[in-house]
Design a protein around this ligand. Structure first.
Ligand SMILES: NC(=O)c1ccc[n+]([C@@H]2O[C@H](COP(=O)([O-])OP(=O)(O)OC[C@H]3O[C@@H](n4cnc5c(N)ncnc54)[C@H](OP(=O)(O)O)[C@@H]3O)[C@@H](O)[C@H]2O)c1
Length: 247
């Protein structure tokens, strides 16, 4: 019998590509805020694979509803193999500096909502044998930069939170994977990156890296792989030099 994977933020380009990979092995619960898109993705997956797909609506900013939603998803399926958390929001940094509502939305979607979801998810998965949580953070969380420090702070907070969650899950067999993409050609980065640049990954490539990371029980993956070394260099630049750079 096939186990089920819950994909949150399922209308994201990275999540769609990941769903396509996971559908080869698992049934899927797709969770997102756009009903029409969710249904379209679900029927596409059903046509292209043998997987059973259910869809649920969720708005990341309705923080008080998350625990109840998690309970509903678990009631509806037999065995949950794990979850992939993929929703995110990238504001225009200078706008977010001036507009608290935009900054608040950035923190809620990229950090607070993930904590509100992952706590009840971890509670449920801990009572099972061998499961996983794969969560999409970002290289932006590795070091604060003036060009995107509000988004970066939310992703940095998420990455630190995931370190602790992984530490907690190890005893009960819940594997926690932190995914740190660099530039990816998705709806989020339209007009910001050149999809043809060698630094920019296709969502399908990131999806394959995520699925490999889950299979190999990796702790932290960078996608593409070379971002690990780019970020290593960025992290070791002394602060007295770093603060003078226009990054
Ligand atoms: N693209 C990159 O270069 C890059 C780099 C590093 C990390 N990431 C991370 O990768 C993940 C996937 O992003 P993507 O690149 O695939 O971009 P995307 O296609 O724009 O996906 C963003 C997703 O977040 C969902 N979302 C935003 N606000 C939400 C809310 N309030 N409630 C529920 N869902 C909400 C969007 O839903 P709708 O479809 O309804 O708008 C969409 O499904 C994100 O966590 C992002 O931060 C991306």
């Amino acid at each position: 019998m096939r186990q089920t994977v819950i994909i949150i933020g399922a209308t994201s380009d990275i999540a769609r590509a990941t769903a396509m990979e996971l559908a080869k092995q698992y049934d899927l619960v797709l969770v997102g805020r756009n009903e029409t898109e969710l249904e379209a993705i679900a029927s596409d997956l059903s046509v292209r694979s043998d997987c059973q797909v259910q869809t649920y609506l969720f708005d990341a900013r309705n923080l008080d509803t998350h625990a109840e939603l998690v309970a509903t998803w678990f009631e509806e399926v037999d065995t949950v193999a794990g979850a992939v958390v993929c929703h995110g929001f990238l504001p225009e940094q200078t706008q977010a500096q001036r507009d608290w509502e935009l900054a608040h939305q950035t923190l809620d979607v990229n950090f607070t909502s993930c904590v509100a979801l992952l706590e009840p998810l971890m509670d449920r998965l801990e009572s099972q044998h061998e499961s996983f949580l794969a969560v999409v953070s970002s290289v932006a969380g590795d070091r604060g930069r003036q060009s995107n420090y509000i988004y970066g702070a939310a992703k940095g907070g998420l990455s630190v939170y995931l370190q602790g969650l992984r530490n907690r899950g190890t005893k009960s067999g819940v594997h926690v994977l932190t995914v740190k993409p660099g530039f990816v050609a998705t709806a989020m980065t339209i007009g910001l990156v050149d999809p043809k640049s060698p630094l920019v990954a296709a969502p399908e490539k990131v999806a394959r890296d995520i699925v490999r990371g889950i299979r190999k029980r990796k702790n932290v993956i960078y996608s593409r792989w070379f971002w690990r070394y780019i970020m290593l260099v960025i992290r070791v630049i002394p602060e007295w030099i770093f603060k003078r750079l226009s990054l």
